[in-house]
Design a binder for this molecule. Structure first.
Ligand code: PLP
Length: 358
């Protein structure tokens, strides 16, 4: 089976097998990792090792906190303004798709002005993100927020923006997919359920110099400073998610780290885009320069065939291909855990389907 779901997504099989083996007896303790205190030295050791592995993978500079939090990606939509902007601040957001829109509406609750600095547009080569020269940035924005990979729309900004304000990025669906220069960012956050581990868990990588005074009403569990001080254990963390994330980080290191993941991910995506571009039956409406390497939406020439396509795919063991309910069509999410064999199986099914019904 290959699971193309956008999230919660497929985890590496090796990781799941290891977790299964250790489920009843973790680290020789005779009990599951879920039944051990997060203050137990063995657990703390594992948790710190997971943090170090993540730091190694992303080359996180020392002047950044790495936080393991709860509340998923959306939790960070409200944590960010409350932690790094005052209530009377102006903040800049790019509105590039569905997730940016949700982030904007959440930020509006916590700051006096959310300026939408740039958007998506229809260009000659398809849907694209406005060029930075057309962005309307504020003079004194507390931060600039964008979502480099819009999971639903399959649109991506591959260049890190060159702006004055600290950059905040929602990397829920592209974190760890390729090498990244963390030093260009003020905050990077991600809900875990695509490239890291179970849903409900989140990671925030925060430049220490941004940890000034959080807003008064920020809830303690969302307070970056408090969580940093307590090693992300202000309250009981999601111990199982943290453990699984740690296994995923070790798996990524064993795969050759992010350089090798990046090559693999670009290759997988290119196989699908090339196939779709050559076909008269399938299409992708995003300008090639802005196409995601994690989420590949595609449409059939006749949407009346969508159901038959999905039914046949399921019979072939190709799961989770239905596009998001807001946009319809199909979407193949090909996060780190998806092997190239999964993509090949998908393309072989697509070719077959086109031959029979196209
Ligand atoms: N941001 C992006 C880019 C996402 O893809 C998602 C979920 O898919 C979220 C935020 C929301 O994450 P969560 O459901 O963990 O709150």
């Amino acid at each position: 089976l290959f699971n193309f779901s956008a999230g919660p997504a497929m985890l590496p099989v090796d990781v799941l097998k290891q977790a299964q083996e250790e489920l009843l007896n973790w680290n020789g303790q005779g009990v599951s990792v879920m039944e051990i205190s997060h203050r137990d030295p063995a657990y703390v050791h594992m948790a710190r090792e997971a943090e170090q592995d993540l730091r190694d993978l992303l080359n996180v500079p020392d002047d950044y906190e790495v936080l393991f939090l709860q509340g998923g990606g959306r939790g960070q939509f409200s944590a960010v303004p409350q932690n790094i902007a005052s209530p009377d601040a102006t903040v800049d957001y790019l509105d590039t798709g569905i997730w940016s829109g949700f982030a904007i509406r959440e930020a509006e609750k916590f700051v006096s002005r959310v300026n939408v600095a740039g958007q998506v547009q229809e260009g000659a080569k398809g849907k694209e993100i406005q060029s930075p020269k057309d962005w309307k940035l504020s003079e004194n924005a507390a931060y600039f927020h964008y979502c480099p990979n819009e999971t639903v729309d399959g649109i991506a900004l591959h260049e890190i923006p060159d702006v004055k304000a600290p950059i905040v990025a929602d990397m829920s669906s592209n974190i760890l997919s390729e090498p990244l220069d963390v030093s260009k960012f003020g905050v990077i956050y991600a809900g875990a359920q695509k490239n890291i581990g179970p849903s409900g868990f989140a990671i925030a990588i925060v430049k220490k110099s941004l940890l000034g005074e959080p807003q008064k009403q920020v809830s303690s569990i969302m307070d970056y400073q408090l969580q940093a001080k307590d090693g992300s254990m202000y309250n009981t963390p999601n111990t199982f998610a943290w453990y699984l994330a740690g296994l995923v980080f070790k798996w990524l290191k064993a795969q050759g780290g992010l350089t090798s993941m990046g090559e693999r991910n670009r290759h997988k995506a290119q196989l699908i885009y090339d196939f779709v571009d050559k076909s008269d039956f399938y299409s992708n409406k995003i300008n090639p320069a802005y196409r995601s390497i994690m989420n590949v939406p595609f449409q059939l020439a006749d949407d009346k065939l969508d159901e038959a396509f999905l039914k046949g795919a399921k019979e072939e063991g190709l799961l989770g291909l239905k596009g998001h309910r807001f946009v319809g069509g199909m979407r193949a999410s090909i996060y780190n855990a998806m092997p190239v064999e999964g993509v090949e199986a998908l393309l072989s099914y697509m070719a077959d389907f086109e031959r029979k019904l196209g």
